[in-house]
Each structure stands twice: as structure tokens, then as C-alpha cells.
Design a protein around this ligand. Structure first.
Ligand code: TXA
Ligand code: MG
Length: 357
């Protein structure tokens, strides 16, 4: 096995990225190295998308299943024409509203990319990230950048450089630290390769906004499934357990919040009586209901403001690891707006342990 190298950790000011430093990081990418970098969603682990060997390195560093394709990051819609045969008009409409931004488009073509990038599919996923460091890095590299989230496969995605180092220290050349990523959940993956646009993974661009541009948009049934329950989802990533903290997470899903809290409390008492250390994932509206009971409570934002929950979601799941709990009881939220992405990630983190109230 290759001897672990030290991962360099360089701080970059997103408002004024240091040109020399970004150039150096771009050269590392172009020459086949792996660089983690901030985006507006989560941190990405980048490699030159035109270099199959470099891209293979991503799969090795993350322990990612080989059939799970990567998103290719480019700096603008203009660049896209170099990599797909034909840019359909719908792409221009979507790009003018949502790029740069948290929207990944699954397009036909993309045969210039090695199957290691596309998972051997006849489509390719592309996005233009809305983060100055990411954009400058792609420009400095001068090549399209394949980048999954910069976590060990299956773990919560990283929203800080510290999370990246927790998972990948010694396995990658460099992490550019641009502070916390703002949104906290990944991009929405929208498949526009067929007749009707389909959301394969909900994320930072919400359904309502997409429908304003496109009219009705379908949501792939795998989005609301409780993880690995067989079948063949259109987005290969959806079939793997994901985003999971070390302890088992049980998701309590229901409209009536009082009943949800009552169910969580009953279950918490049962686990505590059995000698287990209980973690509770809740929101500011209901957090005080768990006071003084000895549980490890993490408040992941406000239920009524799904953006605050999205921003704290992965950080909260990682914090449970430090608290060393045996089980996490998580309250669900309404799957509206960014809540759809949050609920998708919680369901998948639960690996199918969902209690419907
Ligand atoms: O916000 C994001 O999208 C972040 C940042 C770093 O850009 N990236 C990210 O990548 O979340 P990753 O690899 O963790 O997730 C990519 C998802 C996977 O579910 C994968 O299966 C799906 O996109 N995907 C990629 N190419 C696809 C394709 N051709 N068809 C269907 N799904 C595809
Ligand atoms: Mg990921």
C-alpha cells in the first residue's frame, strides 16, 4: 500500500482568493492529484475529469463503489459545448436561472469522459458551482473537475475543511479551506436526458423553483424511499446507504409534531432503560421538551426554516459521533422546499429505520 502522505491544509479567503495559491492547486489537479475544495453546497474532492487515473484515485480515497458516477464541475455554460455533442435549449434556460448554483444536470452524451467518471452510463452529470474558490480553481486547472463530496463513502458529507480532514487526511494532496459551505446539502440532481425532467436527488435547488422554469417536474420514487430497498434507481448513488453517523439513526416521520415528540420520548426512555446512550436530533421549536432528561440533544436549526436545518444537518450528524451515542432518534420535518433534501438525507442516514407516526 502507498505510504500515507501528509495532506496540506491551506486557508483561502473566498472574498479574495489568493491567485498564486489557487494556481498551485489548479496545477496539482491538472497533473493528476486530488484536491478538496469548498463549494456552496458541501466540500468536493476534485480530480481532472479527463484523466481516468486521477479519477480512479477519488474512488480509492473515498472507498466509493465504482458504479456510482461523479459530477463534472465546469466554470460556465460556455464550456459545456466542449464536452457534450449538443447543448439542448432547456439547458440554456436552466443555466441562465440556476448556474452558477446547486443544480446538477444529467445530460445525454459526455462520451469524452472515461466510464470511470460516468459509471459507464450514456449520460453525464454536470454543474457550475456558485463558490468563488471552486470557480477559480476550475479555471486555474484548465480542465473539467470531477468531484463527489469529500467524505469517506457512506459518511455525512463535509461542510468544513475539518470534516474533510477527519475523513481523508493522508489520502489526498491538499484541502483548500474556504470556511463553512453555506447551503449544507448537495446540489439537486435533475435528469433532463429523457422526455420529462426528473429529480434524482433533491438538493439546494428546490422543486418549486425548477417548476417555474420547466413546468411539472417528476420526483424519482427512490428519493422518498428509505434507502437500500432493492430495485434499480436511475441515480446509482441512491442505492447505497449514505450520510450516516456511526450510531444507528431512527427517523420519526409524521405530520403531528406533538405525537412525533411523544414517540421519540417513549423510545428514548426505552433505550435509556436498556443502558444505551441516547442522542436526539431535534429543532429549536421542540428542543426544550427534552430538557433535563440526560439525553444528548442536538438542535439542528428551526423546523419552520428548512434552510437553517440544511446548513446544520451534516455537522449535527457528525457531532453525534463525538458524543459517542449508541442510538440517534431523529425528528423528521415537512418535506417542503429544502425540507425535501433534508428528509431525503435523514431517510438515507437511517438505512431504513423509519417510524411513521
Ligand atoms: O453539491 C454537490 O452536488 C456536491 C458538490 C461537491 O458539487 N457533489 C456531490 O457529488 O454531491 P456526489 O458524488 O456525492 O453525488 C453525485 C450524485 C450521485 O448520487 C450519483 O449517483 C449521481 O449524482 N450521478 C452522477 N452522474 C449521474 C448520471 N449520469 N446519472 C444519474 N445520476 C448521476
Ligand atoms: Mg456524496
Amino acid at each position: 500500500m502507498e505510504k500515507a502522505r501528509k495532506t496540506r491544509h491551506l486557508v483561502v479567503d473566498p472574498r479574495q482568493p489568493d491567485v498564486a495559491l489557487i494556481k498551485e492547486a489548479g496545477a496539482i489537479l491538472r497533473e493528476g492529484g486530488l484536491v478538496a475544495f469548498p463549494t456552496e453546497t458541501v466540500y468536493g474532492l476534485g480530480a481532472n475529469a479527463l484523466d481516468a487515473r486521477a479519477v480512479t484515485g477519488i474512488f480509492e480515497a473515498k472507498g466509493r463503489p465504482a458504479d456510482n458516477p461523479l459530477i463534472v464541475h465546469i466554470d460556465s455554460l460556455r464550456t459545456l459545448g466542449r464536452y457534450v455533442y449538443k447543448v439542448p435549449p432547456v439547458v440554456s434556460r436552466l443555466a441562465s436561472r440556476f448556474w452558477p448554483g446547486p443544480l446538477t444536470l444529467v445530460l445525454r452524451g459526455g462520451h469524452v469522459f472515461h466510464p470511470v467518471v460516468t459509471g459507464g452510463l450514456d449520460t453525464v452529470a454536470v454543474r457550475v458551482p456558485a463558490h468563488p474558490v471552486a470557480l477559480e480553481l476550475i479555471r486555474a486547472a484548465g480542465v473539467p473537475v470531477a468531484a463527489p463530496s469529500a467524505n469517506v463513502s457512506g459518511r455525512p458529507s463535509p461542510t468544513t475543511a475539518a470534516h474533510v480532514l477527519e475523513d481523508l487526511s493522508g489520502k489526498i494532496a491538499l484541502v483548500l479551506d474556504g470556511g463553512p459551505s453555506g447551503l449544507g446539502v448537495e446540489s439537486t440532481v435533475l435528469d433532463i436526458s429523457g422526455d420529462c425532467p426528473v429529480i434524482l436527488r433533491p438538493g439546494g435547488t428546490i422543486l418549486r423553483d425548477l417548476e417555474e422554469v420547466l413546468g411539472p417536474v417528476e420526483v424519482d420514487p427512490a428519493v422518498n424511499a428509505s434507502a437500500v430497498d432493492g430495485g434499480c434507481p436511475r441515480s446509482p448513488g441512491m442505492k447505497y446507504a449514505h450520510y450516516a453517523p456511526r450510531a444507528t439513526l431512527i427517523l420519526f416521520d409524521g405530520h403531528d409534531q406533538r405525537r412525533v415528540v411523544a414517540a421519540v420520548l417513549a423510545e428514548a426512555r426505552r433505550f435509556a432503560a436498556g443502558g444505551h446512550k441516547v442522542g436526539i436530533f431535534t429543532y429549536s421549536e421542540t428542543a426544550s421538551l427534552y430538557d433535563g432528561k440526560g439525553y444528548s440533544v442536538i438542535v439542528a436549526g428551526q423546523r419552520s426554516e428548512p434552510g437553517t436545518v440544511a446548513a446544520l444537518l451534516y455537522e449535527s450528524l457528525r457531532r453525534f459521533d463525538c458524543l459517542d451515542v449508541d442510538v440517534i432518534l431523529a425528528e423528521g420535518m415537512t418535506p417542503d422546499g429544502l425540507g425535501m433534501a433534508v428528509m431525503n438525507r435523514l431517510r438515507r442516514a437511517s438505512g431504513g429505520h423509519v417510524v411513521t407516526i
